[in-house]
Design a protein around this ligand. Sequence first.
Ligand code: OSB
Ligand code: MG
Length: 368
Amino acid sequence: MRLDRAELRVVSLPLLRPFRTSFGVVADKTFVLLRVFGDGLEGVAEGVMDARPQYREETIAGALALLQEAVLPEVLGREWANPEALVRHLSGLRGNRMALAVLEMACWDLHARGLGVPLCTLLGGTRDAVEVGVSLGIQPSVEATVDTALRHAEQGYRRIKLKIEPGWDVTVVRAVRAALPDTPVTVDANAAYSLAHLNTLRELDTLGLDYIEQPLAWNDLRDHAKLQALMHTPLCLDECITTAQDARKALETAACRLVNIKVGRVGGHLEARRVHDVAAAFSAPVWCGGMLESGVGRAHNIHLATLENFTKPGDTSSSSRYWARDIVNEPLETTGGIMPVPPGPGIGVTLDVPFLDSVTRWRADIGA
Ligand code: OSB
Ligand code: MG
């Protein structure tokens, strides 16, 4: 795998509907896109960091600076045996898992294309389609939430996840549960609660949820362990887990019983697979999370989710739920809650470059 040059972009794609979580509203999804070129081929990936560090601490500005000024100049113009060799070379760098993931993931795409095989084959995937649910942002009313939940269940989505925050929880969850008694329902608080909300969390515990995602602080395993000991409903960690070691500690201390794996949050596919393997060793299920990705990140997620222990439906739903037009040529659409793996080498999607150019806000060529 030769890395000759790279192209870094900041892209802004308008969402069909604003997406509201406990930490804020997104109307236009702004993300870092990296293309790496070598041996006449290209690999591509997108980052999951935002402009403002509200989900985790990394930012677009920080990732661009790190990649452009330190990491890319050091890895370009060289031959790498495989993505593992590149990851080993960068293993002394602390944190910045989202920034490093962009490079690692683009290299996996390039490497798989060089070998002429789908990425899922290299990762050790065991299926050619993945089960998915939807993540529904905070809606203007309980009625609107029940409505959209019903619509998505009718489309066959395998699980309905509701975003919650203090003051928007028990009532809306109870209403959706009553409307959809047989559909798996989960909630995601994005770290909006503390142990001071124990009464509310205990009420949520009685509603038959599949799991409760990241109720407490983004960096607090200890309080999650305290809470899990008081709850019947399994806790699922998202923000807290950026490495396989985090996952091991979380499962060892019973801070959660399952893990949301986001390849872009944990530093790339190799670390995502390690998190998957650690969870399997604890008999803990994992599922593939999403960060409102374009077709590029979405395709990476689908390939990752073909690994064996991704036994719960993920968040990688149809692109057409998010955008009027995507930056890739291939449609990524579900039927009956099943998302097929895009066939072909690498991640199986190709960039619609003219459209990409029209939604690019900033661009730098490195090593050209
Ligand atoms: O916590 O999973 C999350 C979106 C942005 C930031 C954090 C999260 C989410 C989602 C959306 O839940 C999942 C998706 O549809 O991509
Ligand atoms: Mg989450």
